[in-house]
Design a protein around this ligand. Structure first.
Ligand SMILES: [Zn+2]
Length: 390
């Protein structure tokens, strides 16, 4: 009997068809009208396939959608902070009727990745959605821009996935919640702290994860590998950084590194809740929430993503946030620290901007070891060199 936290809503619901039925399902779907997904929708389908979005069984209908954006709850009252939707244009909608079954094709090619039975088609108010979800209608926000660029009609209904797209092939660390839960059980873990990341691991991230390791049985490093915004470090480069960190600076039997395919929404606090739900499904009891979790620009306060966990009911989630203050190297403490542990003033702290770090790496220069482990710096230097070569 597993001692891990239960999945959100009580049960994992992976929507990937059994391997033996994949070919037949694919053949049947090739005769259907097809809808090409955006890369975000495709990665959401893979999340549904894995059961990472349990208890969702498809793209959201109007009742769920409206209650999610207004109250952060599904129609049945279960906590859900950000809608999971499939959009089409008005022209596409003319060729589809409620009750139809459609094929869902990849954003990258014409591969059919799943099918969906349309239970609802509905129009929606983009300005209202983005104001509710992102707290802004500013088109410079990548989540807002993405919403305004998509079709005007949402298609809803249960989905069946035939494939996990290219993710499992691209990443040896790809795993779904069923796999990670059994892995954690094998290791005898009951409490597992998840670390959401979209950046290379620097000393401050390392420190966050190690604080978590002091209080939990295991650490689950769980980078997001869906498309990011321009300027973010690509997934394969980040993976190289995580691997080298685990190899050199973490005890092997205490850490699991796996990836998941979602695309960042950059919705700050609301996304922190979504990240928590997903990690609960993967079997984690805690999620590390540092400064400006899932934020972008200056749209959210640095600790909004921590505060939002105080606004929900304790019964809404089984997973708990591990709220940790901003971390930095202090020259006087001669260690990593936070304002909770360090009595020294700001001049004692290593202050170095992201822009300066990028300049150093681009120039082939390692940032201070108090900022970044040399193995990670070297990988990033190589990456910036390839950027320049292109
Ligand atoms: Zn200090």
């Amino acid at each position: 009997m597993s001692k891990l936290v239960p999945p959100h809503g009580g049960e994992l619901i992976p929507l990937l068809v059994h391997e033996g039925k994949q070919l037949a399902s694919l053949k049947a779907a090739s005769l259907l009208t097809s809808v090409k997904m955006s890369s975000k929708e495709e990665s959401d389908l893979v999340m549904l396939a894995m059961g990472a979005f349990s208890p969702l069984e498809g793209f959201m209908g109007k009742e769920d959608y409206l209650r999610v954006i207004k109250e952060m709850r599904l129609g049945n009252g279960l906590l859900w902070p950000i809608p999971v939707t499939l959009s089409i244009t008005t022209e596409q909608a003319n060729a589809i009727r409620e009750g139809d079954k459609i094929a869902l094709t990849s954003a990258l090619n014409d591969d059919i990745l799943g099918s969906m039975t349309i239970t609802e088609m509905f129009t929606y108010d983009k300005s209202f959605e983005v104001r509710q979800v992102f707290g802004t209608t500013d088109l410079n926000h990548p989540g807002v821009a993405k919403t305004f660029n998509q079709g005007d009609i949402y298609l809803a209904g249960p989905v069946v996935a035939f494939s996990e797209g290219s993710y499992r092939k691209s990443f040896p660390e790809f795993a779904g919640p069923v796999e990670t839960r059994s892995l954690f059980c094998e290791k005898g873990w009951e409490t597992v702290a998840a670390f959401q990341t979209r950046n290379p691991i620097h000393r401050s991230h390392e420190y966050l994860t190690k604080i978590a390791m002091e209080v939990c049985d295991g650490l689950f490093i769980h980078p997001i590998v869906g498309n990011l915004k321009p300027g973010d470090i690509p997934a394969d480069v980040r993976m190289e950084c995580y691997r080298v960190m685990l190899e050199n600076y973490y005890p092997k039997n205490k850490v699991v590194l796996k990836v998941y395919p979602m695309e960042m929404r950059y919705a700050g606090p609301k996304e922190a809740l979504l990240h928590a739900i997903i990690r609960q499904n993967f079997g984690c009891s805690h999620l590390i929430i540092g400064r400006d979790h899932a934020g972008v620009g200056n749209y959210y306060g640095p600790y909004d993503a921590q505060k939002i966990f105080d606004e929900i009911r304790p019964s809404d989630l089984s997973i708990r946030p591990l709220k940790i203050d901003n971390t930095f190297w202090c020259h006087s403490c001669f260690s990593m620290a936070t304002l909770n542990t360090c009595p020294h003033s700001n001049e004692n702290h290593l202050n170095i901007s992201g822009t300066r770090i990028r300049e150093m790496l681009s120039a082939g220069e390692r940032p201070p070891e108090e900022y970044s482990r040399k193995e990670v710096s070297d990988i990033l230097i190589r990456y910036y060199q390839t950027l320049k070569a292109n």
